[in-house]
Design a protein around this ligand. Structure first.
Ligand code: ADP
Ligand code: MG
Length: 206
């Protein structure tokens, strides 16, 4: 059985979800990370080839997660069936996602915000719902970039250009910005704090 080590802000996987590991030869977190990353690279190629635009629906959201993790996890592309320390109650995941998918086209139509602001808002909303047992951060960062590139015809975020999944100063700042985003979005303020932009846009030197 793999001994999974969780960085700060990562969602612990339930024991029954750990049993969904398809690659039984994996015994360390490092091996798991590498297999997941290889799988995600395959998903990048699929996005490059198919250039999806119709992304605000449950089917695409699940399909992307499946493409990112289906070599590694049996539950890739399936919603979680337990509650986590982040996210809505698992019973509410489909409804909250539906509300989000209904809202985003309205943001695009009303043009109150820049593409980058909409992408950051969208990223936060999706990661806050936390639809899957694991991989929500990586999935929601990629969703935000597909939104920016394929729907809004902008440039994708660098997300700091480095790996945000492992413990680092960059990850610490990213998580802090997400926490600030929660306070900000709940207060329905109109100006985004600079840190939230930095989280998504800045390069390695932020
Ligand atoms: N306080 C928070 N508020 C909003 N989102 C958070 C918070 N803490 C962590 N997150 C998000 O949850 C992600 C971790 O969830 P997880 O399913 O383990 O994703 P991954 O396996 O891709 O890292 C983080 O990358 C971040 O996007
Ligand atoms: Mg994780």
């Amino acid at each position: 059985m793999i001994d999974v080590k969780y960085p700060e802000g990562a969602t612990p996987i339930d024991p029954d979800e750990t049993e969904g590991l398809l690659l039984t030869h994996i015994t360390t977190q490092g091996e798991l990370n590498r297999w997941e990353q290889d799988n995600i690279v395959e998903a990048f190629a699929w996005i490059e080839k198919t250039k999806p635009k119709n992304i605000f629906n449950e089917q695409f959201i699940k399909q992307l997660h499946k493409r990112m993790f289906d070599n590694v996890w049996k539950w890739a592309g399936k919603f979680r069936r337990s509650d986590k320390n982040i996210g809505v109650s698992w019973h509410q995941v489909p409804m909250c996602l539906q509300n989000m998918c209904d809202d985003v086209p309205i943001w695009i139509q009303t043009q109150n915000e820049s593409p980058e602001e909409m992408a950051v808002r969208f990223h936060h909303r999706l990661v806050w719902i936390h639809p899957f047992p694991n991989g929500n951060g990586r999935h929601a960062r990629l969703m935000a970039n597909i939104f920016l590139e394929n729907v809004l015809h902008g440039s994708p975020f660098t997300w700091g250009t480095r790996d945000l999944s492992s413990p680092s100063e960059l990850r610490r700042r990213y998580l802090k910005a997400l926490q600030e985003a929660a306070t900000y979005f709940m207060a329905v303020k109109t100006m985004m704090p600079a840190s939230i932009h930095l989280m998504a846009l800045a390069g390695t030197n932020f």
